[in-house]
Design a protein around this ligand. Sequence first.
Ligand code: SAM
Length: 358
Amino acid sequence: MLDPTAAPAARLRDSYGRAITDLRLSVTDRCNYKCVYCRTGTEGAQFTELPIADYLRMVRILVSLGIEKVRLTGGEPLLRAGLVDMVAELSQLRTAFHPDGTPLASGETGHPLDLALTTNGHLLADLATPLRAAGLNRVTVSMDAVDPETFARITRVPRSYERVLAGVRAAQAAGLGPVKVNCVLLHGFNDSQIEAFAEFSRREGVIVRFIEFMPLEEGRTWTPETVVTMDEILRRLNAWRPSCSTAAGLVELPPNVASETAKRFTFRDGVGEIGIIAPVSRPFCGHCSRVRITSDGCDRTCLFSQSDHDLYAVMRRGGTDEQIASYLRSVILKKEARHHIGEPGFEKPSRNMVHIGG
Ligand code: SAM
């Protein structure tokens, strides 16, 4: 345990002054989908997974350093046994700092963490209610088409669309809404789905977020030409007329928080919400507040890092919580200023998206 009588630590900051408040934790490297733009289809899990107790220890230490949001991911996190109990444990943790970054005084209690999960939704219909009951706040479901045939072609799993739709509806019903639906668009592949996703957002009451495709795939699919940019999505949706009684045109919504990665829009009748996340055409690295832990316990300071930092090795060697905290501080100081997608000399990161945890 961290020594409760020790002087309160300063909040985790990188060498550019960015406060690190957001953890993405991969709880398994296994995935039950083989989405064609993400995976080759011939490779399975490449990295091990840790006992849940070890992940929980890492999170507790990170929370003592200022982490306030935890997003569980994978691989596919719903494949991980013990996930619901893990969420219940995480929901007991309390933040350690005031919103202005000053540490809580002794006797003061922080607020519960913001607990979120990113999933392909295949197993969500059965797990949404238990996860909500355990204390999960929000869920993001990845969907790259709303046409069942295209969907199954992308995931390489028959009847996957029906499963995921049931998962989205179960999550909304369980109180995990509004569910966010993330869609990665690729030219000539699923870009025909833009307007259909807008319909889907309005019909299902979900927030649809289009994410620009990044060079993070197992294969070699990415080229600048495959990316459907924010400008193109805006052009398409601004020309789209949601219904005969509603004029065409998006209406911009204010950001929920200053560091929000998505630009938000609705339609003229206020029904539906579209977010666009544009890491390629409009990078937001200057606001990055994230750190990642892979399923095998490595710390990654950026999706595009060229190497991992083996946090679990420090634990295996018997490191105390203080030593682990000090290791994490030193790692965060190495956080990259920004990514270099599309620049000459860009090097692919040392791991692909599915093996980092998106
Ligand atoms: N299995 C979970 C899921 O499907 O949400 C979590 C892991 S998955 C790798 C996380 C997200 O990364 C998915 O929304 C997926 O579409 C996205 N993703 C995968 N490869 C990507 C890439 N090259 N560029 C942008 N997003 C990508």
